[in-house]
Design a protein around this ligand. Structure first.
Ligand SMILES: Nc1ncnc2c1ncn2[C@@H]1O[C@H](COP(=O)(O)OP(=O)(O)OP(=O)(O)O)[C@@H](O)[C@H]1O
Ligand SMILES: [Mg+2]
Length: 498
């Protein structure tokens, strides 16, 4: 598959500018670049989701016109989007059957289809249960279903847009042999990621985009992360390191024997206690799904714990409305930004002030203070290097990483005393990751308390003063910086108690 001189522009924003890119059968090809560089846009053009204004696409040496998703499927192009598109109330087989009639002349019965899907999954090491309800699957298995769906529809070119962003390191490691066996069977794979260690581990070639243009193309075996990073950002990037031991001040967050049962009656948290002092970063580590999200949401007032207490700067805040937490100096960077953090159709400006729209700074006598609001949004965009056309653009039209920068900027610009940050660097490019991490360290130095919830062990080891490990909703250990060891943390994360 080759694409030549592709141009895609959205009004004044040129997302792809004279881009040429080729992926061969049997190859895993990384498509890299900063947030907003144009990766998703290029692949959406290939999947028939938008039409380039200039350039051509060839498949197997033949020029093709991909005028819609159906045509893309006919041509053997399958794309797994970062936000999955399965219908939760249907089974896996039913999801795969949707739209199949349009691509195939014959159509198997659902039972036969389910057997075929299970067999196809087994062939490539993609464990899926074709008869399970899509809505009940973990994120990792939903992703396997999306891949099987593409393969079942005959994909010979498989595009994965940040497939590992939502996976734990263990799940990501399990995906790689699958990709290799697909490539060995002749599939051409485009792999988008911000994690250079993954790119080094699993890809054969690399194309780097920078601000819509091709900045370089490399053989993975002949390069190293530093060179790739330089191509992506056009300069050096160094990740910040925590320096100096803290002298934690008074506790700004105290969590005391918190217990929580979810709507289905499953116990999610059991007697979780921790505290974060002023000038301290405490990380919560653990394999995803061990109560981290419930803990964060219980602290900020989005879920109701049934036992225990939450205190912010000594004041009891258990089960108080979110707005009271905000007033007390709490800021929250939620994990699932799409579901809980942004209003996709609203402008960047409206999203930037969403949590504080009623404040005197932004509104007077119920009327929006336009000048103030826009100035605030413009400052946020400048501080956090949000790449966009205009602050009045709908936030949903920003690239994934740039949407996230708005959410981060919104939380941090409030100068919180207590910050609860859940997977804050997910989806960010390396420059933005370095920036966010240095922001967390600056807040620590200025005396704020940071609760960092992250499944990225590297990040936790680099930034935390203490690490609290959660396993099945319980604390299995608390480790101070002087005693950090990857082996011990691994054991705690697997449920051994200290
Ligand atoms: N529908 C749209 N309307 C307006 N602008 C858009 C639209 N889709 C993308 N853009 C712009 O095109 C540029 C490239 O976006 P794209 O999503 O391709 O980036 P990306 O490389 O995938 O970044 P990320 O790593 O953040 O996902 C961005 O400036 C984005 O705001
Ligand atoms: Mg993208």
């Amino acid at each position: 598959m080759a694409r030549r001189n592709i141009r895609v522009a959205f009004g004044p924003v040129v997302a792809n500018d004279d881009v040429s890119f080729a992926v061969e059968p049997g190859e895993i090809h990384a498509l890299l670049g900063e947030n907003g560089a144009g990766k998703t846009t290029l692949m959406r053009a290939l999947a028939g989701l938008l039409q380039p204004q200039a350039g051509s696409i060839e498949i197997g040496g033949q020029p093709v016109v991909i005028d819609g998703p159906l045509e893309a499927r006919r041509l053997g192009i399958g794309m797994v989007h970062q936000h999955f598109m399965l219908v939760p109330t249907l089974t896996v087989a039913e999801n795969i059957a949707l739209g199949l009639r349009e691509v195939r002349t014959w159509f198997p019965r659902l039972d036969q289809l389910a057997d075929e899907i299970d067999a196809l999954g087994a062939r490539y090491g993609l464990a899926v249960n074709a008869r399970a309800l899509a809505g009940e699957l973990s994120v990792a298995s939903q992703q396997r279903v999306e891949i099987v769906k593409a393969l079942y529809r005959g994909a010979k070119i498989l595009v994965l847009d940040e497939p590992t962003a939502v996976l734990t390191p263990q799940e990501a490691a399990a995906l790689f042999p699958v990709l290799r066996s697909l490539a060995a069977a002749g599939t051409a794979i485009v792999f988008i990621s911000h994690k250079l260690n993954e790119v080094m581990a699993v890809t054969d070639r690399i194309t780097v985009l920078r601000r819509g243009k091709v900045a370089g193309s490399l053989r993975t075996a002949e390069t190293e992360p530093r060179e790739i990073a330089r191509l992506m950002v056009g300069g050096e990037v160094t990740l910040p390191q925590l320096e100096g031991m803290p002298t934690p001040g008074r506790p700004l967050l105290e969590v005391d024997r918190l217990g929580l049962t979810d709507a289905r009656g499953v116990r999610r948290l059991e007697a979780v206690s921790l505290s974060v002092g002023a000038g301290e970063i405490v990380a919560v580590a653990g394999v995803d799904g061990n109560g981290q999200q419930e803990l964060a949401e219980a602290i900020v007032g989005l879920q109701r714990p049934d036992t225990g207490r939450v205190l912010i700067d000594g004041v009891e805040m258990t089960n108080r409305p979110v707005a009271e937490g905000i007033a007390a100096g709490l800021a929250h960077i939620p994990e699932d930004r799409h579901r809980t953090a942004i209003f996709e159709r609203m402008s960047v400006t409206d999203n930037a002030v969403a949590e504080e729209a009623g404040r005197p700074r932004f509104a007077r006598w119920g009327m929006r203070r336009r000048g103030e609001t826009q100035a605030f949004a413009a400052q946020l965009v400048a501080d956090y290097d949000v790449r966009l056309g205009s602050v009045e653009q709908a936030i949903g039209s920003l690239s994934g990483g740039n949407q996230q920068k708005v959410v981060l900027g919104r939380a941090l610009s409030r100068d919180p005393r207590l910050l609860v940050a859940v997977q804050p660097t997910r989806g960010l490019d390396i420059g933005a990751t370095a920036f966010l991490q240095s922001q967390l360290l600056q807040r620590r130095a200025a005396g704020a308390a940071v609760l960092l919830i992250s499944t990225e062990l590297d990040e936790v080891l680099a930034l935390a003063d203490r690490i609290v490990v959660l396993f099945k909703g319980r604390v299995t250990g608390v480790v101070a910086r002087a005693d950090f060891s990857v082996e011990q943390l691994g054991l705690l994360m697997a449920g051994r108690t200290a």
